[in-house]
Design a protein around this ligand. Structure first.
Ligand SMILES: Cc1cc2nc3c(=O)[nH]c(=O)nc-3n(C[C@H](O)[C@H](O)[C@H](O)COP(=O)(O)OP(=O)(O)OC[C@H]3O[C@@H](n4cnc5c(N)ncnc54)[C@H](O)[C@@H]3O)c2cc1C
Length: 387
């Protein structure tokens, strides 16, 4: 779409190996819990692409990129030529090397087909185990709980969401999750998936075992880098791109979960969107746009729990200071991290109203020194600082 917006003249074709047109992956939880039907998450509709002049071909898996002949080859043997190529081939869920992970009843969640398969299987199970207590794992646990499963979440870290939350935030958040009837086990490592053909539980490295007839791995992602590697493009954890989102080969760009910029694979939608915009501008060759990285930001809404984490959430040096407000009884926790009077990061748990204004203060690099002790008050009037 960005290419199309910038240039009405150039032909744009999109190829995907999926069966479906675009759908936002965060909606997969609602499909899983049965709240919405699969067709409802597919948007925009087919006609929209035609109206925009974008050709989309489904079930077209790319198996080879030939940079010297500027062509790509598909699984069905057909080939097409390109002038400029964007590799936005995403990532796949990582399954740690745990014995028994190939058994029936072990799942990952990345695609609509995965969500449908899990939902169907959950119709005959009662005890679910989610391996990985990150944001996705917890959302997944909440969806399974809605399906009536008893759910255990296994997390190797000593607290939940160590990259998004500080200790206070983690403990408030954990209590909220536990109130939903989800059991959180911290500091645990999975040793083996138990069962014959079908899973029946997991054994932990401390010797304990847990029942489980549905196991979900939510242990992070790995970028799809093989296509690029075989084409002779520089890869590391992801497809390495420069500030123009160009790979090591000219006229081939990469963006999204597949791409690695300054040794970082972001794995989040805001980064994928920003990279796509900049890659499109540079592919058209209008003028050079430099990508500077994306401020990490995540928002989750798990069964009524709203959590937003933005930017730096723990001060990294003596120039950075934190201000927090904890109301354990109400289950609300807010915190800002400041540097030179500007907010550079925030955790907002249980107060949706202040998310948008705080995001704007961060993005606008607005000085808040005068108000820093009031910003987290529940009824703070953000218009006082020009909001
Ligand atoms: C369940 C779930 C919930 C999420 N929730 C959030 C959230 O709340 N907030 C957030 O910021 N991020 C979230 N994410 C992450 C977010 O979805 C990804 O960052 C985003 O999808 C990345 O977009 P992408 O286009 O780079 O990759 P993808 O969405 O993975 O798209 C890549 C596409 O390329 C296709 N493909 C791969 N290889 C080939 C090939 N060889 N030939 C043809 N096609 C190919 C794939 O099938 C896929 O359709 C979530 C992810 C999941 C799985």
């Amino acid at each position: 779409l960005n290419l199309r917006r910038i240039s009405a003249r150039d032909g744009v074709s999109v190829f995907t190996d999926e069966e479906y047109l675009y759908y936002p992956r965060p909606s997969l939880y609602s499909v899983l819990s049965g709240r919405i039907q699969p067709q409802q998450i597919i948007s925009p509709p087919e006609q929209w692409y035609a109206n925009q002049g974008i050709k989309v071909a489904l079930r077209k898996k790319v198996t080879k990129v030939d940079a010297s002949n500027r062509s790509i080859t598909f699984e069905d043997g057909t080939k097409i030529a390109y002038d400029k190529l964007l590799l936005a081939n995403g990532a796949y869920p990582f399954i740690p090397p745990v014995k028994g992970a190939e058994k029936k009843g072990v799942f990952v969640l990345r695609t609509l087909d995965h969500a449908l398969a899990i939902r169907q299987y959950a119709g005959k199970t009662r005890n679910a185990v989610v391996i990985g207590g990150g944001l996705l794992g917890l959302e997944f646990a909440a969806s399974l709980r809605k399906l009536g499963q008893a759910v255990n979440v296994l997390e190797v870290s000593p607290r939940l969401l160590p990259n998004q939350l500080d200790e206070d935030g983690s403990s408030v958040f954990q209590k909220k999750i536990e109130n939903m009837g989800i059991n959180i086990m911290l500091n645990v490592r999975t040793n083996e998936i138990l069962g014959e053909e079908n899973v029946s539980g997991v054994s932990l490295s401390d010797g304990r075992t847990l029942p489980g007839d549905l196991i979900l791995f939510s242990a992070g992602i790995r970028s799809n880098i093989e296509l690029a590697r075989e084409a002779g493009i520089k890869v590391n954890r992801g497809i390495v791109v420069d500030g123009n989102l160009q790979t090591s080969l000219s006229d081939i760009y990469a963006a999204g979960d597949a791409a690695e910029f300054r040794e970082k694979v972001y794995g989040i939608i805001p980064a994928a969107e920003e990279q796509a915009r900049i890659a499109a501008t540079n592919m058209i060759g209008l003028d050079k746009h430099e990508y500077q990285g994306t401020m990490p930001s995540s928002t989750v809404k798990i069964a009524g729990i709203d959590l937003t984490c933005i930017g730096t959430i723990i001060p990294q040096n003596s120039q950075q200071e934190e201000i927090k407000k904890l109301d354990a009884e109400r289950g609300s926790y807010k915190k800002i991290v400041l540097q030179e009077g500007r907010i550079i990061g925030a955790i907002i748990l249980g107060d949706v109203g202040s998310v948008a204004p705080i995001k704007r203060l961060i993005a606008g690099r607005v000085g808040v020194s005068k108000f820093k002790n009031q910003v987290l008050e529940d009824n703070f009037n953000f218009s006082e600082i020009g909001e």
